[in-house]
Design a protein around this ligand. Structure first.
Ligand SMILES: *[C@@H]1O[C@H](CO)[C@@H](O)[C@H](O)[C@H]1NC(C)=O
Ligand SMILES: *[C@@H]1O[C@H](CO)[C@@H](O)[C@H](O)[C@H]1NC(C)=O
Ligand SMILES: *[C@@H]1O[C@H](CO)[C@@H](O)[C@H](O)[C@H]1NC(C)=O
Ligand SMILES: *[C@@H]1O[C@H](CO)[C@@H](O)[C@H](O)[C@H]1NC(C)=O
Ligand SMILES: *[C@@H]1O[C@H](CO)[C@@H](O)[C@H](O)[C@H]1NC(C)=O
Ligand SMILES: *[C@@H]1O[C@H](CO)[C@@H](O)[C@H](O)[C@H]1NC(C)=O
Ligand SMILES: *[C@@H]1O[C@H](CO)[C@@H](O)[C@H](O)[C@H]1NC(C)=O
Length: 354
């Protein structure tokens, strides 16, 4: 329906978008995302996110028929994932130039030292005191690394992908993106190493600044410098313009949720404008995936450490400006001057720590 209103120059621009520029460079178009329901259990409101086990349920893929099944080659011997792949390629082959369907695999990192420390100190004391330090002398949680538990979680997901590829015949990601924070760089590495991936789409992730966690005063949200990241993950690519030092994290200041959603939209627009892939993997964080799901119009679905969620998205390039959003200044964060003794988890602000 949108197509009938398109001018030819808009069509040309849309075609160009796939290859040559970011949507943010064209103020008179925007990308609208919608989630296609009925494919995965996770977008169904009756699925309980806190008990859902994605590895026990084939990633939540619903057993069903698709309208394209009749043209699926060797349908009788095809798995659900193979029939889904055929459905997606059919949808994309028949969609208009300004529309496409992509399957996003959004994965949260495994347990990091900051997660373990928050459990150890309790959330109120963690938020108002410990999280602002780099560590406690025994453990470092600034740009936290994975704990042994976190590495095992990522290795479990690695075995799951191995099973998905070998037995379920899933189409593996065409492209990989990761947050620049160490726990995600590690999680992506452990998750996708040693898999039988197609040689045309090897595991070479692109590090994108804006897939990072919501920026709080916590030192676990401050990233390492580019030199250090490159030294530890030499095969990873950096997005264009990735600066040496973290340009965003500031002591005792926090990004607002509105701002986080604005930059989540921005990074999605960047990916969808420059990458024609159908299968896209993103390794990020609890808060950031929550924000991405809000922007995509998916129901809230909290992931535990090491968990992942697939989201089938329809992206439509629409003429005209999108809803305007004003970015806000970071808010200042108040902290406790000394280490609080309370470990109660029933409250979540500094007043509890006194
Ligand atoms: C996106 O498209 C849907 C369906 O066409 C519409 O309901 C929604 O308002 C649009 N959202 C934005 C942000 O333009
Ligand atoms: C989801 O499961 C949790 C844990 O078992 C339970 O506490 C909660 O009430 C459930 N939520 C719903 C909406 O059923
Ligand atoms: C999820 O299911 C798998 C496979 O059935 C099982 O091994 C694993 O322990 C379960 N995970 C959780 C967190 O219950
Ligand atoms: C789909 O069917 C298989 C067996 O054919 C079953 O093991 C699996 O639990 C079903 N999945 C869902 C999400 O219902
Ligand atoms: C530092 O914090 C960790 C929890 O992350 C804890 O296991 C350790 O005992 C603490 N060290 C000191 C010296 O308190
Ligand atoms: C990356 O993964 C490989 C394979 O699991 C492992 O040997 C290596 O230590 C990992 N690298 C980092 C920096 O975590
Ligand atoms: C980058 O970070 C590492 C580790 O924190 C540090 O040792 C190094 O001096 C930094 N390099 C530059 C160029 O700032």
């Amino acid at each position: 329906m949108i197509v009938s209103h398109l001018t030819s120059s808009f069509v040309a621009l849309t075609a160009c978008l796939s290859a040559c520029a970011g949507a943010q460079d064209f103020p008179n178009i925007h990308i609208n995302y919608t989630v296609i329901p009925g494919i995965f259990l996770q977008d169904d409101p009756s699925t309980n996110a806190s008990t859902f086990n994605f590895t026990a349920s084939n990633f939540g893929l619903i057993n069903r028929t698709y309208p394209s099944d009749s043209s699926c080659p060797d349908r009788a011997h095809s798995t659900q994932w193979q029939r889904l792949a055929h459905y997606l390629s059919t949808l994309n082959a028949h969609s208009s130039e300004n529309q496409r369907y992509s399957l996003l695999f959004l994965a949260r990192h495994g347990e990091g030292y900051h997660n373990a420390a928050e459990s150890y100190f309790g959330t109120p004391a963690w938020n108002c005191y410990w999280s602002e330090l780099d560590g406690n002398g025994t453990v470092t949680w600034a740009d936290a690394h994975l704990t042994p538990t976190g590495i095992n979680q990522a290795l479990t997901v690695n075995r799951f992908w191995k099973h998905l590829i070998e037995d379920e015949k899933i189409t593996p990601p065409d492209t990989y993106y990761t947050s620049p924070l160490f726990r995600c760089l590690q999680t992506a590495n452990f998750t996708f190493s040693g898999l039988d991936l197609p040689s045309k789409n090897p595991f070479i992730p692109t590090i994108k600044e804006l897939f990072r966690e919501g920026i709080s005063a916590h030192t676990c949200d401050r990233r390492s410098n580019k030199t250090y990241i490159h030294a530890n993950f030499p095969s990873y690519k950096f997005e264009k313009g990735f600066p040496e030092e973290d340009p965003y994290w500031t002591p005792l200041h926090a990004e607002t949720q509105t701002d986080q959603d604005v930059r989540s939209k921005k990074v999605l627009d960047d990916v969808f404008s420059n990458d024609r892939s159908t299968y896209i993997s993103v390794t990020a964080h609890s808060g950031e995936i929550t924000s991405l799901l809000r922007v995509l119009g998916h129901r809230e679905f909290r992931l535990s450490t090491g968990a992942a969620i697939p989201v089938l998205v329809k992206a439509t390039t629409v003429k005209g400006q999108g809803p305007t959003t004003t970015t806000q200044a970071f808010t200042s964060v108040s902290t406790c001057a000394t280490a609080p003794t309370i470990r109660a988890s029933s409250c979540n602000d500094c007043s509890c720590c006194k």
